[in-house]
Design a protein around this ligand. Structure first.
Ligand SMILES: Cc1ncc(COP(=O)(O)O)c(C=O)c1O
Length: 404
């Protein structure tokens, strides 16, 4: 079929693609930085960033160059052999994080699956076979495969997929006493997002993770941070755990790790990772040369101190602008987040705001039906932040009938 515009792509999708997504009626076609154009030629400022994947915006020259060079050299080889780009990426990730070793896969859910397997294997190897239970938190999101779904404590995602896996237990987020009560000799690991993403951009209370770490140390359980959404500069630090003064035992990455290519990773201390011996875990595509080259190019830019300081400054500026917006609109009950992972809590559904913004050339996202989430490229300019805030402001006036 010859494609001429958005409508042609939409017809093709409707006829041939499984309907797992509620899609907006546009087909994005090309991008540059924080700007994208659809197949009908309409222009947008993109503050969704492929859901926290395009942290350097669209088609960052360093990533494009790395992919072009690597594509002409070697795309894929099996992990039966050593892969230079994978070793380089692991070496950089270990230099920049608490972890000593990394396992590579292809997505966030798969990174989390490997974390569950590693945590259980660690206790198996210590002959503590009674420790199998993994504790996660209300409003968490860890992925859609059956184990990650079982770890995800949002019932709406479970409907229709029973039976889920046993061995997962949920406790309220930010309730240290509830966690203490839930932990026991069967606890293998506690898994948490440093800032809950899909669950609403929920921030941890001050000291919460320090107390969590203490409980883990006391009981001997492992602490797993799911940094699939928060990693790679999103919160103003390279990794979100750096904001809270706590190091986990295991960490999971995906999304922005590959600069736009599909890759996931799970890192751990040597003490824990030594339980993964040949034959215990694998992924055919995991850590392939192409995705790792893109990851290396992206990490080189994002890990620079000045770049991260700039993210923090822009995040503070954006937050200030959203707080000013909240003063003008009574439908906003809270502004929260950190770095360039920000959200506006509404007291009513926000879908109309998202649609109105899109009509006016701005892409933002609504989660949990009443939370506007902003995940701009970390390279977005203050001017682009101003334009987005203005579009959201006008959308509130148009859709909710609110004015100054
Ligand atoms: C915190 C977190 N963990 C895991 C996932 C799942 O990642 P993927 O969609 O790459 O499997 C997501 C996706 O949104 C996420 O936000």
């Amino acid at each position: 079929m010859k494609i001429k515009n958005n409508e042609d792509v939409i017809a093709l999708t409707d006829n041939h693609v499984a309907r797992t997504y509620g899609r907006f009626p546009i087909a994005l076609d090309r991008g540059k930085g924080a700007e994208v154009w659809d197949r009908s030629g309409n222009h947008y400022i993109d503050f969704v960033s492929g859901l926290a994947v395009n942290n350097l915006g669209h088609c960052h020259p360093a990533i494009v160059k790395a992919i072009q060079e690597q594509a002409g050299r070697l795309l894929h080889v099996s992990n039966l052999y050593h892969i230079e780009q994978q070793s380089q990426l692991a070496s950089e990730l270990t230099r920049l994080s608490f972890a000593d070793k990394f396992f590579f896969c292809n997505s966030g859910t798969e990174a989390n699956e490997s974390a569950f397997k590693l945590a259980r294997k660690y206790f198996f190897d210590r002959s503590e076979t009674g420790r199998k239970e993994i504790i996660t938190f209300d409003r968490s999101f860890h992925g859609r495969t059956i184990a990650s779904l079982s770890a995800t404590a949002q019932k709406k995602f479970h409907v229709g997929f029973a039976p889920l896996l046993t061995g997962f237990k949920y406790v309220p987020f930010n309730d240290i006493l509830a966690l203490e009560k839930a932990m026991g000799p069967k606890t293998c690991a506690v898994m948490v997002e440093p800032v809950q993403g899909e669950g609403g951009v929920n921030m941890p209370d001050k000291g919460y993770f320090k107390a969590m770490k203490k409980l883990c140390q006391k009981s001997g359980a492992l602490l797993i941070f799911d940094e699939v959404q928060t990693g790679f500069g999103r919160t103003g630090k390279l990794f979100a755990y750096e904001n809270f003064g706590v190091k986990p035992d295991i960490i999971t990455f995906a999304k922005a790790l590959g600069g736009g290519l599909a890759i996931g990773a799970m890192g751990a201390t040597n003490k824990v990772m030594k339980s993964f011996v040949p034959g215990t875990h694998a992924a055919t595509f995991g850590g392939n040369p192409l995705a790792c080259s893109a990851g290396l190019a992206s990490l080189k830019v994002i890990s620079k101190k000045r770049f991260l300081e700039d993210v923090k400054k822009k995040g503070d500026y954006f937050m200030q602008k959203l707080n000013q917006l909240a003063k003008r609109h009574s439908s906003i009950t809270e502004v929260r987040g950190i770095g360039l992972m920000l959200a506006v809590q509404l007291n009513r559904p926000g879908a109309g705001i998202v649609n109105e913004c899109m009509r006016n050339g701005v892409l933002v996202n609504c989660i949990q039906s009443d939370i506007l989430r902003f995940l701009p490229p970390l390279t977005a300019t203050k001017k682009q932040i101003d334009l987005v805030v203005k579009a959201v402001d006008l959308a509130f006036i148009e859709i909710f009938g609110e004015s100054d």
